[in-house]
Design a protein around this ligand. Structure first.
Ligand SMILES: [Zn+2]
Length: 321
């Protein structure tokens, strides 16, 4: 494994900060494929950092014991926004900027914009396929899923189904995604999958283990790894198109008390939770599933307001198991 700093700068207090990339080279002169794993664009999303640790540990051991398994290249960028990660915040501290809205276009020459541009250039010049790991915020718990912008799905679904996620959500396109890393890499013909899982500032070993198997499977599927013994076991995902996702929202300000965890087979009418009055004994809203399907998002944060998201369900149809 080779380590290299792709971004390096000194903070006003004198501290040196580096964005590190770990590379596992191919035994072939022309690598079969070159795959990148990126995590930590948002400093409060920790699942991907843990997942990169698991991948680095596994690949280091594999390189020692079976170097010929590496027919392609793997590039791991485990913590691409170090200052936000050390603060546990979504935004880059001091600048209060979301680095995942700094890609592509002319974003000036602030440190977050320069850092974003260097990361994008490095990825464009080093890889064919990328996986960008995100977690949810503190409000919502998400089942392991890949979100694909409508229009890119024909290109990305064949790779996404290899990743052992529970759900692939083909998501409506919106101009707000045009400054993200995933969008800009896909525009540059680096096939990029954006994974969303868990809750902000938390780790879920079960989700990480599931995604770890998925990432190993992706490396086998793309020919990057060969002959490593047994193949990872993966399950097929539910695939939901934009019209198949129901968002349940609070109609009131109050406390949301969840009655259900994430669940693959929620039944029509099943109680997901309640919105309670904070000032009297009233139950303001009973939150039930409008149709049967996969409850893949559930609210974790109890404080709600009118319009607050409470849950999402991928509605079942003939295409969904
Ligand atoms: Zn994120």
């Amino acid at each position: 494994m080779e380590s290299r700093a792709i971004v390096s700068y000194q903070t006003p207090s004198g501290q040196r900060v580096e964005v590190v990339k770990q590379t596992f080279s191919s035994v072939r002169k022309r690598p079969a494929k070159r795959v990148a794993f990126v995590s930590g664009l948002h400093g409060n999303e920790l699942e991907g950092i843990y997942l990169c640790h698991l991948l680095i540990r596994y690949l280091q051991n594999l390189q020692r014991t079976q170097p010929k398994a590496f027919q392609g290249e793997v590039h791991i960028y485990p913590a691409v926004n170090p200052q936000a990660i050390s603060a546990g915040s979504r935004l880059w501290p001091f600048f209060s900027q979301d680095i995942n809205r700094q890609f592509g276009g002319d974003n000036g020459n602030s440190l977050p914009a320069q850092s974003a541009s260097e990361l994008l250039d490095d990825l464009k010049s080093s890889v064919d396929i990328a996986v960008d790991f995100h977690a949810s915020n503190l409000h919502l718990k998400e089942a392991p899923q890949i979100r694909i912008l409508d229009g890119l799905h024909k290109n990305l679904l064949p790779l996404a189904i290899q990743c052992n996620v529970d759900l692939i959500w083909v998501h409506p396109a919106s101009p707000m995604f045009e400054s993200t890393l995933g969008y800009n890499l896909n525009q540059a013909r680096v096939k990029t999958l954006v994974i969303e899982t868990g809750v902000g500032l938390r780790l879920h070993r079960k989700f990480a283990d599931q995604l770890f198997q998925g990432m190993l499977n992706l490396l086998h599927h793309t020919g990057v790894l060969v002959d490593t013994g047994s193949l990872p076991k993966i399950d097929p995902p539910v695939i939901a198109h934009p019209s198949q996702v129901a968002l349940l929202q609070s109609r009131y300000a109050g406390l949301f008390v969840g009655h259900s965890d994430l669940k693959k087979n929620v039944a029509k009418g099943e109680v997901i939770g309640e919105v309670l009055s904070a000032t009297d004994g009233e139950v303001l809203q009973e939150v039930t599933a409008p149709e049967s399907g996969f409850l893949f998002t559930v609210r974790e944060h109890p404080l709600v307001y009118p319009g607050a998201p409470l849950a999402r369900i991928a509605l079942r149809d003939e295409g969904c198991p």
